[in-house]
Design a protein around this ligand. Sequence first.
Ligand code: HPA
Length: 236
Amino acid sequence: MTIHIGASIGEIAETVLLPGDPYRAKWAAETFLTNIRQVNNVRGMLGFTGEWNGHRVTIQGSGMGMPSLSIYANELIRDFGAKTLIRIGSCGGMQADVKLRDVILAMTSTTLSTPSRGILKELNFAPCADWSLLQAAAKAAQDKGTPTHIGGIYSSDVFYDERPDLNEQMVRHGILGVEMEAAELYILAARHKCRALAVLTVSDHLLTGEALPSEDRERSFGDMVEIALQAAFTQV
Ligand code: HPA
């Protein structure tokens, strides 16, 4: 048991999927895992451990933004021994060929800052995905026929962004989409020698202003969860 996760040691699997939304953790566990058991409810940040194709998996909500994700990822890695951490979440599309419901596999993440800035100081560390997970996820997405883009994303600290000039630079430099968590997950994984990847579904679009209606979201998010699970347990 840690400050933010009420599970006993041993109740968390080595492989953890991290949606931002705790209710999405519940939905994904109930939809894709068997023998599930709720292992966290501290602050309503639900976590579940179950099985997928005979493999133990935990799906734990991370909350929104890098400070929140950092709390859960630190405790999962340092106290519960998590080794493979895959963010499953939504993002805003930033390129014209990136469409609503498409999946983005985040090869790298650009930021203005992360919670790790305090220790990295002036160093512009390059947060990047684990290659074995990225390769396996790319194959899983191809096998499913899910429209998928692989490349750089932007992990922002603000949802209501008042710096259109920054977004312009992101678009200009080929950034595929924006979300708020992946960069710190990648940095923590590098520091603690874990594997990490962010598998994202495009839920809204910064260039067109389109957004998925909420009833559409669950169905669209299913592909992302299956890609993440397949990637976690593929040997490459
Ligand atoms: N901005 C930041 N985070 C997001 C967005 C967005 O447009 N969509 C989903 N997560």
